[in-house]
Design a protein around this ligand. Sequence first.
Ligand code: UD1
Ligand code: UDP
Length: 356
Amino acid sequence: MKILTILGARPQFIKAAVVSREIKKYPDIKEIIVHTGQHYDINMSDIFFEEMKIPKPDYYLGVNSLNHGAMTGKMMEKIEEIALKEKPDWILVYGDTNSTLAGALVASKLHIKLAHVEAGLRSFNKKMPEEINRIVADRLSDILFCPTDNAVENLKREGFEFFDCKIVKSGDVMYDAVLYYKQYAQKPQNVDISENFVLCTIHRAENTNDETRLRSIFEALNEIAKEKQVILPLHPRTKQKINKLSLSLNTITIIEPVGYFEMLWLLENCDCVITDSGGLQKEAYFFKKFCITLRDETEWVELVEIGANKLVGAEKDKILKAYKNHSMFNIENSKLNLYGDGVASQKIVGEVMEYE
Ligand code: UD1
Ligand code: UDP
């Protein structure tokens, strides 16, 4: 069996790392990895392949930094060529990026079976590029691997039970990744880190493309940083916007994006997480840290329901209030198996192998 895996962005490398390790256990499966090039800086891409020993991509497409239509179109053109040449049995896509969308569209145009890992998630905000990408990828997929019960419910509500596809609750591959890789957690070098610090990441278009939201977020972070160190590994998209707007970050500890092993150390040792990342919201929970989410909605609603995650949007006062109250939440007592049993990658590969 031949599987063509499409990757392009940081979170997809982490998810694919655990699934690729599982695929390697099956001598009958040949995995061909296509890296679209959507993320291309060393610490946004190469570092993940090196430290997690993800097989070197068989194809590198070098498509990035374009408007969404151009980016998706160029990726499709190149993925189609590869698919026609390699004739895979499956195309495997992860998450909700433009690389996911391009891979999904090519698979369905060429009648190649499509498997979507992280299916069924919804923010119900169609202004998010990710929401469009995941809705389309889901609808075109033959197997939909859902990380949570809520994801399965979303698909049922949209009528997926009546479509010609299989819905599988696999659990979340990001949980598999944390369980396996946390043994390699590594303290970031060349930065002074206090014993107690807040870990922060910001990159979502809805925040970085909106000057009012971005300013308000940084005002709140500057305020928090007066009393506790705030460590912010800075996504290149956010760096560009900060420079353009000349935002003041005087008190915040800005560092380059870190590799996954350093991120695991930061998660393990921080006091709490402030983020607009999808992945970080769950990782905060895996490390029993409270998460303040700089968004108006989340796909990970179960974390909000148990009180491990507070949605605050981008308003300074709401961010500061959530920060002030965060220590009141005791995650030790909360439900700890919302994202499966740490065997999502086994289930995914097993299902693909057995699919008739
Ligand atoms: C993309 C995904 C988003 C995901 C995120 C993970 C889409 C629509 N968005 O957002 O869902 O959460 O990846 O981080 O697919 N850049 C660099 N170096 C890099 C990568 C990006 O400088 O290695 C800069 C480029 O100027 C680029 C901009 O960041 O234009 C945005 O990158 P892009 O991949 O379009 O979107 P992300 O914000 O990274
Ligand atoms: N991450 C990382 N280094 C960083 C920032 C994030 O390794 O500097 C990891 C993070 O731990 C998570 C994944 O990248 O596993 C999430 O990526 P991101 O926030 O870019 O995307 P999202 O999950 O929002 O799609």
